[in-house]
Design a protein. Structure first.
Length: 198
């Protein structure tokens, strides 16, 4: 009788485990999985949530930053990976750079303001408060994000990020400091990305 009870409890536990696992898979079906390693977009999200869809996956990229007014640094190879998180209701990306200065961000689209909000973090400069950019996709197909930022000599301005040439094959990225009216631009960082073949 004792052995039968043990067997019964084992089978019951196994059945409950399988049932709860199946229910979890059903509830969180848009999370990254073996079948969809970068997750899936949640259909409950607004249509603008598809703005970053071509970037989902992994790209091989070349990153170049400005050293000073007249010079740019060496090209740094990096991997840029985008995936859906929070059951397909946000996007997380991370960069893995050969120089060891890795970074990432969480991207959320807020329907009430019809804007993307991007919270950035970096291994090179850990912070107690994450920087945030905001913006949207423009009529020419670029995604443009802004953040208030003074110049090194104290002038008011913004840091502008532009994703361009967006396709299933890759994209380009530009970071630049601009004056409030965008009459002056000072590019500081460029990245060129090609999608990895599966």
């Amino acid at each position: 009788m004792k052995n039968f009870l043990k067997l019964f409890l084992s089978v019951l536990f196994f059945c409950l485990h399988i049932t709860s696992s199946s229910q979890a898979q059903e509830i969180y079906r848009y999370e990254p999985s073996a079948e969809n390693p970068f997750g899936l977009p949640n259909p409950d999200m607004p249509e603008q949530f598809s703005d970053f869809a071509p970037m989902i996956g992994e790209c091989d990229c070349r990153s170049i930053t400005r050293i000073d007014k007249d010079n740019w640094g060496d090209t740094v190879s990096m991997v840029w990976r985008f995936k859906y998180i929070m059951n397909g209701m946000a996007i997380q990306d991370e960069t893995l750079k050969e120089d060891g200065k890795h970074s990432g961000s969480i991207r959320q689209f807020i329907a009430d303001s019809s804007r993307w909000y991007v919270h950035y973090y970096s291994s090179a400069a850990p912070s107690t408060t994450l920087s945030a950019w905001e913006g949207n996709k423009t009529s020419d197909g670029n995604i443009i994000l802004y953040r208030d930022q003074k110049s090194p000599n104290g002038l008011d301005g913004k840091y502008k990020i532009t994703f361009s040439e967006i396709s299933d094959d890759g994209f380009n990225w530009l970071g630049e400091w601009i004056t409030p009216d965008e009459s002056f631009s000072y590019p500081t960082w460029v990245i060129y990305c090609k999608k990895k073949l599966n």
